[in-house]
Structure formats: structure tokens, C-alpha cells
Design a protein around this ligand. Structure first.
Ligand SMILES: Cc1cc2nc3c(=O)[nH]c(=O)nc-3n(C[C@H](O)[C@H](O)[C@H](O)COP(=O)(O)OP(=O)(O)OC[C@H]3O[C@@H](n4cnc5c(N)ncnc54)[C@H](O)[C@@H]3O)c2cc1C
Length: 511
């Protein structure tokens, strides 16, 4: 009988990232996908700054940046003219090492993750489908359909449902998937094209015609068009070809399409599963939440789910934590998913709303307000922080405690950077660790030594103050780099108590 620690269903970005992080943490995984081969279409393009920060833990960030495309600016068009130009090149400067908007097509992204997984000796089992599963006294028993049509009953300690929007894992857990479906049909087309909107920047048409956005891709002249299909054509969406979609918005943006590499239509849903966990089975990525592609959040959120769950599963499986730690996965990720779906819903409804008032808001008010609002650093920074997911936090949740400087327990550790280096270097290691900015006590040094807890003491510098970090005190960081404790004193008993209360023994965590 083949027993793995974690059986991962689905080798999309979520399942692949989960498999990678678990493998890095020494956990035996099995990952399978019912398809014969990885996807060949570009689908999700944006890789957000928070994902790149976390990708440093597996040395993936540079590879994504090397192969991807950095978007220099966003342009908003009305009546055939660009009316707003927002430079994006250094939009999040000072906030993250990845202060820009990166595009990297999902098919290439998945290939990169698969290659990395192979370096851990893990191959995705293709043409292999989960048909059903049940929880046993000490694990999961899953019925698989193998490529030769045979059935296999496989055992695992835990099961991760990364099996997309139509998740069989979610259905088996009997979790509701409340929300709705937008009336608009979307089309996506990867094209080779020319024209002013093919200058490597992002272009959005705000006109009353069909919504259209042009996303630049890595190669010159290659772009993704995303538009809506309205009126009677929407009734035959399945049979639609690129030639059938309205030319109005495409002409507004002066896009001359030379070749269509991929065309697809889809309906957008906005739904969040009632639960992200049922016993030993978990839901992640599109299996747990789906929403509009506005803001490029979907895939990044699935990746965030995977990294959140990976270290918790690894800790429990390696004896470094009590099983109660796994409860925090749903608490932390469902809260963010619900907020995200509500936000993308509002933005999506605005950009696609029909009617005179909506048209006036988009074509008159938005072009007037956008440059004014984004001329100021505060709203620009707010926008970047939100879209890049660097504000995702777990404040007020069970694993988060205290406040020091402007940083709360549950926050992402702020990036502090000056000529002397930055404070993110040690975060490449997915382990518990302590950061001190300024001075610490002998007791803290001795306690961390004794418990093999990495302690990084940075001499106080103005850059730490700018980033909002508190002087002296300490930050206990989780393996996924979120702040567990933000504390103004230097007493290691605070850490000891935290670990005891949460049933965590970090010195047992596999590295
Ligand atoms: C046409 C299209 C365009 C998109 N455009 C964008 C965009 O512009 N921006 C954006 O952010 N997002 C976009 N998305 C969404 C984005 O692709 C998803 O958010 C992302 O793929 C989610 O990753 P995932 O790993 O959670 O799920 P998926 O990528 O859906 O992966 C799930 C995997 O599970 C496998 N699977 C399912 N059931 C089983 C089973 N029973 N047994 C074994 N394997 C199984 C599937 O074969 C699949 O490979 C788009 C999606 C589509 C379809």
C-alpha cells in the first residue's frame, strides 16, 4: 500500500506550490492531476509582489522575474484616446524588493514549478484522478483512477484539495460554495498585435462599449485581451470565435490584431466555500474561492493558501506542533478570501456596469479623479499595497499577538532597506526566527541558543524606523514570514509561553 504524508489533488499553481513547500520542509507528498499534461494557455498573468517575496524561500523569484514582463505603466482610455497615464515602474518603491507589476503567463509559471518539483524527486502523476475519499481512524483513504483505467486505493495522512473550481474534494466535504455568477460572459485572447496599446504597458478602455483591457506579455507585440461579450452574442458564448466579438472596444484602443494564439470565453463566479477544512482534508486555491480576474488576485491567493498550509502541515507531521495548529489555516485564509471576493466584486461591478450613470462615472468622473488621486503618494501606496497583497494580515487571529512600532502580530514583516542591506535576507529560510531591531537581552540570546531558534539582531538604523519597526523588543516570525509576536520587551518567556499555548515546538520543525 502506498502511503504518503500529504496527497495533493490537482497540479495547478496551488497544488504545485504546496508540493514544493512541503518537499522543502521534508514532507513526503504525492501530487496527481487528471489531465494528461500541464496547461498550455496563459490564464493568470500577474504575479504579485507578495508572491515574489515568498518565492524567495525556494529561489523562484529571480526565475519568474527573468522570464516575465514588468509593466511600466497603466493607461485608461476614453473615446479612443488615452486620458490617464499611471507610471507603475516603481509604484511600490520602498515597500518591497518587488515594487512593480510582473506578468508571467500561467503555463510558463506552472512549467517552472514542475521543474523545481522534479529537483526534489517529485513527479506529477498525470492521467490520474481522485474519484472519492473517506477519512479513516488515522488518515485518508482515497480511490484513484490510474492512467490504465485501474483503480488504486491510496492512503495518506492528509489530503489537499487543490482541484480547482469544480473541486470533487469540496463536494465530498459537502461544503457549500455560496456566492453568484456574473451575467457577463468574458473572453480572453492571447494575440500578436500592433498599435499604440501594444507598447508593453497596460491599457484599459473605460468606454460604454464592451469592457476591454490589454495586458502586455513577455514578448514584443504579444498581449492578452480581456473583454466582455454582451447582448445576444452572449447566448452562444460556447460557439463564439474571436472574429465574433465586438470590434468597438478593440478599435477604441487602436489594436490591430495579427494573430490569435488562444481564445476562450468564460463565466466569472464570485464564491467562497463555507469551510476550507473537513477533518484531514483541506481546500485551497480555486477549490476554496473564485472571483473575477480584476486585479490579478486569484492565482496569487491560491499560492498564499498553499504556503500558509504547508508549514502547518509540516510542523504537525514532523512532531513540531499539536494538530490544533491546523485549525488556524481556515481562520486565516477564509477571512482574506471573503474580503477579496467582496472587493473584486465591487471593482468588477463598477468597470462592467451598464447604463447611463455608470457610463458617466467611468468616462467622465474616473478620468478626472484617477490622476488627481494617484498623484498623491498615500492613495498610490494604498493601491499598490492592496493589489500586491503585502497588506494581507492575520491581525486579531489566534496565532497573532502584540504590537511593536507600527507592526501588529499577524502582519507581514515590513521591508526595511538602506545602503547597508535589508531585513528580508534571513526570511529565505522557512523556519521560525526572531528579529530584533536595536538591542536585546542576554536572556533572549541564551534562550534562542538553547532552543536553536535563529535570532537576528540588527543594529538600529533610521530605515527600520521608516518601515514602522519598533526599536529593541522583538518580532517572532513564523516560517511563512508573518509576525507571530510583536513585542516591546526582550523577555524570552513571552516566546516560551506563546509556543506552549499554541502547542508548537519549533525546535522539532524539519528544515
Ligand atoms: C480561461 C481562463 C482565464 C483566466 N484568466 C485569469 C486571469 O487573467 N487572472 C487571474 O488571476 N486568473 C485567471 N484565471 C484563473 C486562474 O487560472 C486560476 O485562479 C488558477 O488556475 C487557480 O489555480 P488552482 O491551482 O487553484 O486551480 P487550477 O489551476 O484550476 O488547477 C486545478 C487542477 O486540478 C485538476 N483536477 C481537478 N479535479 C481533479 C481530480 N478529481 N483528480 C485529479 N486532478 C483533478 C485539474 O486538472 C487542474 O489541473 C483564468 C482561468 C481561466 C480558465
Amino acid at each position: 500500500m502506498n502511503r504518503s504524508d500529504v496527497l495533493i489533488i490537482g497540479a495547478g499553481p496551488t497544488g504545485l506550490v504546496l508540493a514544493l513547500w512541503l518537499s522543502k520542509l521534508g514532507i513526503r507528498v504525492r501530487i496527481l492531476d487528471k489531465t494528461a499534461a500541464p496547461g498550455t494557455t496563459s490564464r493568470a498573468l500577474a504575479v504579485q509582489a507578495r508572491t515574489l517575496e515568498l518565492y524567495r524561500q525556494l529561489d523562484l523569484a529571480d526565475a519568474v522575474i527573468h522570464s516575465g514582463h514588468r509593466v511600466a505603466a497603466a493607461n485608461f482610455w476614453v473615446k479612443g484616446e488615452p486620458v490617464v497615464h499611471l507610471p507603475l515602474n516603481r509604484v511600490g518603491e520602498g515597500l518591497t524588493p518587488y515594487a512593480f507589476l510582473e506578468m508571467f503567463p500561467q503555463d510558463e509559471h506552472e512549467r517552472l514549478l514542475i521543474e523545481r518539483l522534479e529537483t526534489f524527486g517529485i513527479l506529477v502523476e498525470r492521467n490520474t484522478a481522485l474519484e472519492s475519499f473517506e477519512e479513516t481512524s488515522d488518515g485518508i483513504s482515497a480511490r484513484l483512477r490510474l492512467p490504465d483505467g485501474q483503480e488504486e486505493i491510496c492512503q495518506a495522512c492528509y489530503l489537499a484539495g487543490c482541484d480547482g473550481a469544480r473541486s470533487i474534494v469540496r463536494k465530498t466535504l459537502d461544503s457549500g460554495f455560496p456566492g453568484g455568477t456574473y451575467q457577463q460572459i468574458f473572453y480572453v485572447a492571447d494575440v500578436l498585435a500592433s498599435g499604440p496599446a501594444l507598447n508593453g504597458e497596460l491599457h484599459v478602455d473605460l468606454d460604454e462599449a464592451d469592457f476591454l483591457a490589454v495586458f502586455p506579455m513577455a514578448h514584443e507585440g504579444r498581449a492578452r485581451l480581456i473583454g466582455t461579450v454582451r447582448d445576444e452574442r452572449a447566448q452562444q458564448a460556447d460557439a463564439l470565435q474571436f472574429a465574433d466579438v465586438s470590434r468597438q472596444a478593440i478599435e477604441h484602443l487602436k489594436v490591430k490584431v495579427e494573430q490569435v494564439n488562444w481564445f476562450s470565453t468564460y463565466r466569472v463566479h464570485h464564491r467562497v466555500a463555507d469551510h476550507f477544512r473537513g477533518g484531514r482534508a483541506f481546500l485551497l486555491g480555486d477549490a476554496a474561492h473564485v472571483h473575477s480576474p480584476v486585479g490579478g488576485q486569484g492565482m496569487n491567493t491560491g499560492i498564499g493558501d498553499a504556503i500558509n498550509l504547508a508549514w502547518k502541515l509540516a510542523a504537525v507531521l514532523s512532531g513540531g506542533a499539536e494538530v490544533q495548529l491546523l485549525d488556524t489555516y481556515e481562520t486565516e485564509r477564509i477571512a482574506f478570501a471573503r474580503k477579496l471576493v467582496a472587493t473584486t466584486d465591487r471593482v468588477f461591478s463598477f468597470v462592467t456596469a451598464e447604463g447611463r450613470v455608470a457610463d458617466l462615472l467611468r468616462t467622465r468622473l474616473a478620468p478626472f479623479l484617477l490622476p488627481k488621486v494617484t498623484a498623491f503618494e498615500t492613495p498610490r501606496e494604498f493601491l499598490f499595497r492592496t493589489v500586491s497583497q503585502i497588506t494581507v494580515n492575520y491581525r486579531g487571529m489566534p496565532l497573532s499577538s502584540g504590537m511593536a512600532g507600527h507592526v501588529h502580530g499577524g502582519d507581514r514583516l515590513p521591508w526595511a532597506h538602506d545602503g547597508e542591506g535589508d531585513n528580508f535576507e534571513s526570511l529565505k529560510c522557512p523556519t521560525w526566527q526572531v528579529h530584533v531591531y536595536g538591542d536585546t537581552s542576554d536572556e533572549m540570546i541564551a534562550w534562542c541558543n538553547e532552543h536553536h531558534l535563529p535570532l537576528h539582531v540588527f543594529d538600529w538604523r533610521p530605515a527600520f524606523d521608516t518601515a514602522g519597526l519598533g526599536r529593541n523588543g522583538f518580532y517572532l516570525l513564523r516560517p511563512d514570514t508573518y509576525v507571530a509576536i510583536a513585542e516591546t520587551c526582550s523577555d524570552p518567556k513571552v516566546i516560551e509561553r506563546y509556543f506552549r499555548d499554541h502547542g508548537i515546538r519549533p525546535f522539532f520543525t524539519a528544515h
